[in-house]
Design a protein around this ligand. Structure first.
Ligand code: NAD
Length: 497
């Protein structure tokens, strides 16, 4: 049976790339399973998509925000109705287990409902004037065409984090999904199409980062670029956008830490570390990749954790009993195995895992054992560099102050956590660990859509996604002064005594 061909979505229609070229999307748990054939888009396709978005913007920005919200409510309902199918498609295209892909689609549903509700808020401010008979207020105005470049690890959630706030603010969009996960964005586009998002308001071009992505971020008519991916590519995007003063929202890498204090509930902490480190096969920007333990509990905690990690069932995420799926592609396999060798060479102790799984069904996919290193110290590369796979590095500390210092000893600043029963220490950690997200007695993953999401240092560039913070990315403030005095009134001058 030949694979289904999926086209680009431009101006409300499904069109083939003018390049005439396509690429295949295969299941990382089973190479024989072809999810579909997608368009390898070129600059002309991107231009056509931006043309459509620019034309549609002139109307969409004037649709009352509550009306835009009504359309988003319908899109959210459609995503809800199709949740199971979309989750299965996602497990097939990127590998994470079904309960996690259901969570990914649910995040898109939550974000869509949340932003639909913003249609009746989008609050500005009224504030007194310093002059008599004068009225002051602020309103949010849309910016124009947005270009989105997204990664493969949250194939529907991350696109929705960008799309829904952009749309409610009155912008139009062009999205380029990751080459490993175009299907989930096709599903998102279909939901928009079926629920009456007008032609040109949302557009999708599939294809590689180097050509399709670059064409999108370099188009002068794209006024906002929102990128989620590696810090390395984010730096390129940042450099490309700077000369044009494009608005730019960057969400990049992480090296997230869990601190285990000597008064922690160790059973609870084991559950948290397993979920944080091996959920999505460690391929989350918020994945727990470092654990630091108080020396008094280090040996006990390590053996409790390793015992559990060894027994994680790895396999095809569509099977109910499987607890961890494959990594996404061959290049991820190579990277993860390379870091395992680096860890060993740097002197960390391999406690479990460390191998690619082979034999039987494993030969058809990209499966790696859950891997735990102990004895990891700050000079090692597996302490410093993002691995983005099922590899956890564990180290120790002597004092709470040292724990805070070690937690902050990273170029990134996305997420961190502490397990403790001491409320004072929890509050100090909340204050002193410099990340965008912090958890107490929970792992480093588990963001909710109505709180800001993003990180400090090399994780981001100061913006936040989700919550009302996202509205600040996708709108610009306009301050409006209405003088009804009938006279010329000069601010700072005519109100002087
Ligand atoms: P990546 O940087 O390789 O790719 C991200 C996107 O950029 C893809 O769509 C890719 O095609 C595109 N791209 C690649 N080269 C490009 C170029 N030269 N110009 C324009 N676009 C280009 O990242 P990935 O492997 O897809 O995702 C993993 C990374 O994403 C990890 O570093 C992870 O931490 C990060 N991430 C961060 C967050 C966050 O919110 N902070 C969330 C998820 C993933």
């Amino acid at each position: 049976m030949s694979a289904t061909v999926y086209k680009n979505y431009i101006n409300g229609t499904w069109v083939a790339s003018s390049s005439g070229e396509t690429f295949e999307n295969r299941n990382p748990a089973n190479h024989d399973d072809v999810i579909g054939v997608f368009q390898r888009s070129n600059e002309a396709d991107v231009k056509a998509a931006v043309d459509a978005a620019a034309a549609a913007y002139m109307k969409w920005r004037l649709v009352p925000a509550p009306k835009r919200g009504e359309i988003l409510y319908r899109v959210a309902a459609r995503l809800t109705a199709n949740k199971e199918q979309f989750s299965r498609d996602m497990t097939r295209e990127m590998g994470k287990i079904l309960i996690e892909t259901r969570g990914d689609v649910q995040e898109a549903i939550d974000m869509t409902y949340y932003m639909a509700g913003e249609g009746r808020r989008l609050f500005g401010m009224t504030t007194p004037s310093e002059l008599p008979n004068k009225f002051n207020m602020t309103v949010r105005q849309p910016v124009g065409v947005c270009g989105f470049i997204t990664p493969w690890n949250f194939p529907m959630a991350i696109p929705s984090w960008k799309m829904m706030p952009a749309l409610i603010c009155g912008n139009t969009i062009v999205i380029k999904p990751a080459t490993d996960t175009p299907m989930s964005v096709v599903n998102l586009m279909k939901a928009c199409e079926e629920e009456g998002v007008p032609p040109g308001v949302v557009n999708m071009v599939t294809g590689p980062g180097g050509s399709t992505g670059e064409a999108l971020m370099n188009d002068d008519r794209v006024r906002i670029v929102s990128f989620t991916g590696s810090t390395e590519v984010g730096r390129r995007v940042s450099t490309a956008c700077a000369p044009k003063f494009k608005h730019l929202c960057l969400e990049m890498g992480g090296k997230n830490v869990i601190i285990i204090m000597n008064d922690a509930d160790l059973e609870l902490a084991v559950e948290g570390v397993l979920w944080g480190a091996f959920g999505t096969s460690g391929q989350r920007c918020t994945a727990t990749s470092r654990v630091i333990m108080h020396k008094d509990v280090a040996a006990k905690f390590t053996s409790m954790l390793v015992e559990r990690a060894k027994n994680i069932k790895v396999g095809n995420g569509l099977e109910d009993s499987v607890q961890m799926g494959p990594v996404v592609n061959q290049s991820q396999v190579d990277t993860v195995l390379k870091y395992i060798e680096i860890g060993k060479a740097d002197g960390a102790r391999l406690e479990c895992g460390g191998q690619r799984l082979t034999g039987g069904a494993y030969d058809k996919g990209y499966f790696i054992q859950p891997t735990v290193f102990s004895g990891v110290t700050r000079n090692m590369r597996i302490w410093k560099e993002e691995i983005f796979g099922p590899v956890l590095g564990m180290g120790t500390f002597n004092t709470f102050e040292e724990a805070i210092e070690l937690a902050n000893d990273t170029a990134y600043g996305l997420s961190a956590s502490i397990y403790t029963r001491d409320v004072n220490k929890a509050y100090v950690a909340m204050r002193d660990v410099y990340t965008g997200i912090f958890y107490v007695n929970a792992p480093t993953i588990g963001a909710e859509t109505h709180l800001p999401f993003g990180g400090t240092k090399e994780t981001g560039n100061g913006h936040r996604e989700a919550a009302t913070a996202a509205l600040d990315v996708f709108s610009e403030w306009k301050s409006i002064y209405v003088d009804f005095s009938g006279t010329i009134q000069r601010a700072q001058i005519d109100n002087a005594d």
